[in-house]
Design a protein around this ligand. Structure first.
Ligand code: COA
Length: 379
C-alpha cells in the first residue's frame, strides 16, 4: 500500500485551507459571517452584546428571563475584588502596552477565582461569566491606574457597553455612543477559527483550565497581524496626516512590500461584512466629531488597495476611526477586541472540552541528521 504523505498541504502557509475541527459556533460563507446560524448583519441591527453572548454560549437566542438572568449575572460579576485591585496597582503601566497588562491581569485574576481549577461544565460557565464581566473592568482599571484616576465600580442594571464607556472615561456615556459601541462588541464577538480562537482551543485541548486558554488567546490577539491591527490603523492614519498623501502612502507601502494595516483577510476575498457596517459608522462619527478627513483618508486607502492589490478592508480598518471618534485612547483599541472576543473564546473552549482530542500536529524535519556530540574543547 502506498504510504500517505502527511507532509503535503499547508506547510509554512499558516495552515491555509486546513480544516482543524468541526464547530457550530460561527462560520463564514463567501462574504457572510454567521453566529450560530444568524447573520452578522441581522445581529448587528437587532441584537445586543449580552444577547449575542448568550447565543454564542448556548447555541440559541435567550428568552426574556434567560437574558435578564445573564445580564444580572454579568453585572454582579463586573466588580473587581479589592485585593486583586491592590495587586493590579503594583504593576507598572508606563511603557507597558495595555494588552500585555491585560494578559497579566487575566492570569492573575485566576487566583481570586474559587473555581479556577474546577473543570466541570458548571464551573466553566461560572468562570466564563466572571471573566466576561471583568474583562472590561480590567481594561478600564488599567486606564484609571495609568491616568491616576479613581477606579469606578460598575453601575447595576447597565450593560457591558455602558459600564465600559463610563469606567473608561469617568463620566456617564452618551446613549448613541453606547449603542455604536455595543454593536462593535457584537461584530467582534466571534470569527470562526481565527488565530486567537485557535490558540484558545489548542490550550483547552490539553485540558488546561479556562483562564489559561483565555491568556493564550490574549497573547495571540495582541499581535499586529490579528487584533493589534486596529491600533496600527490609527497610527498609520496619523502618520499619513492628509488625504492628499494617502494614495502615495499605499503605493509606497506596496512597493516596499509592507503591509497596510486593517487590509486583507485569509478567508474573505470579496470583503468583510463587519467592515461594511463599520465603514458607515466611521463616516457618520468622524463627521460628527469634526474630523471627516479621517474617514476620507481611510476610504482613499481602501479604494487604492482594492485597485492596486485587489485587497479589501477587514474588521480592524474602520473600527479604528470609530473608536477614535468615541474618544477612546488608541492603545485601548485592541483590549476592546478582547472585551468582545472573550464571548467567542469561551464558546470555543467549551466546544473543545465537549469533544476533546489534544491538538498535536507534525512538523516536517528540515534540520541536520546524524551529528555526534563532542566535548567543548573539540568543537
Ligand atoms: N497590505 C499589503 N499587502 C497585503 C496585505 C496588506 N494588508 N495583506 C495581504 N497582502 C498581500 C501579501 O503581501 C501577499 O502578496 P503577494 O501574493 O504579492 O506576496 C498577498 O496579499 C497575500 O497575503 P498573505 O499575507 O499571504 O495573506 P494571509 O492570509 O497570510 O494574511 C492577513 C492575512 C490579514 C494577516 C494579512 O492580510 C495582513 O497582514 N493584513 C494586515 C494586518 C491586519 O489587518 N490584520 C487583521 C486581520 S483581521
Amino acid at each position: 500500500m502506498a504510504e500517505v504523505n502527511i507532509y503535503e498541504g499547508a506547510i509554512d502557509k499558516g495552515l491555509e485551507g486546513v480544516v482543524a475541527c468541526t464547530t457550530s459556533i460561527s462560520f463564514i460563507v463567501g462574504n457572510n459571517l454567521n453566529y450560530r446560524g444568524y447573520t452578522i448583519d441581522d445581529l448587528a441591527a437587532n441584537s445586543t452584546f449580552e444577547e449575542t453572548i448568550f447565543l454564542l454560549w448556548n447555541g440559541r437566542l435567550p428568552s426574556t428571563t434567560e437574558l435578564d438572568k445573564l445580564k444580572a449575572d454579568l453585572n454582579k460579576n463586573m466588580t473587581l475584588d479589592p485585593a486583586f485591585v491592590n495587586v493590579l496597582k503594583t504593576l507598572p503601566t508606563e511603557g507597558v502596552h495595555p494588552m500585555a497588562w491585560l494578559r497579566t491581569a487575566v492570569s492573575l485574576s485566576a487566583h481570586w477565582d474559587a473555581d479556577a481549577g474546577d473543570m466541570s461544565a458548571e464551573a466553566n460557565m461560572r468562570k466564563a461569566v466572571r471573566l466576561t464581566a471583568k474583562m472590561g473592568a480590567m481594561v478600564t482599571a488599567f486606564e484609571a491606574i495609568r491616568t491616576k484616576r479613581e477606579i469606578l465600580t460598575p453601575v447595576t442594571g447597565k450593560s457591558i457597553a455602558w459600564n465600559f464607556m463610563r469606567m473608561l472615561k469617568g463620566s456617564e456615556p452618551d446613549a448613541e455612543a453606547v449603542k455604536v459601541f455595543d454593536t462593535c462588541l457584537i461584530l467582534h464577538a466571534d470569527h470562526e477559527l481565527n488565530c486567537s480562537a485557535f490558540a484558545t482551543r489548542v490550550t483547552a485541548s490539553s485540558l488546561s483550565d479556562l483562564h489559561s486558554a483565555i491568556v493564550s488567546a490574549i497573547g495571540a490577539l495582541k499581535g499586529p497581524l490579528h487584533g493589534g491591527a486596529n491600533e496600527q490603523v490609527m497610527i498609520m492614519l496619523a502618520e499619513i496626516g492628509t488625504i492628499e498623501k494617502a494614495k502615495q502612502f499605499v503605493k509606497d507601502a506596496l512597493d516596499a512590500k509592507e503591509k497596510v494595516m486593517g487590509i486583507g483577510h485569509r478567508v474573505y476575498k470579496d470583503g468583510d461584512p463587519r467592515a461594511a457596517i463599520l465603514r458607515k459608522y466611521s463616516k457618520e462619527l468622524t463627521a460628527k466629531m469634526g474630523k471627516p478627513e479621517l474617514y476620507e483618508m481611510s476610504a482613499m486607502i481602501d479604494d487604492t488597495m482594492q485597485k492596486e492589490k485587489g485587497l479589501m478592508p477587514n474588521v480592524d480598518f474602520y473600527s479604528a476611526t470609530v473608536y477614535h471618534s468615541l474618544e477612546i485612547p488608541t492603545d485601548i483599541f485592541t483590549p476592546i477586541f478582547a472585551v468582545s472576543r472573550i464571548a467567542g473564546w469561551v464558546a470555543h473552549a467549551n466546544e473543545q472540552y465537549e469533544k476533546n482530542r489534544i491538538y498535536r500536529p507534525r512538523g516536517k524535519w528540515q534540520g541536520k541528521e546524524g551529528l555526534k556530540w563532542a566535548p567543548a574543547d573539540k568543537r
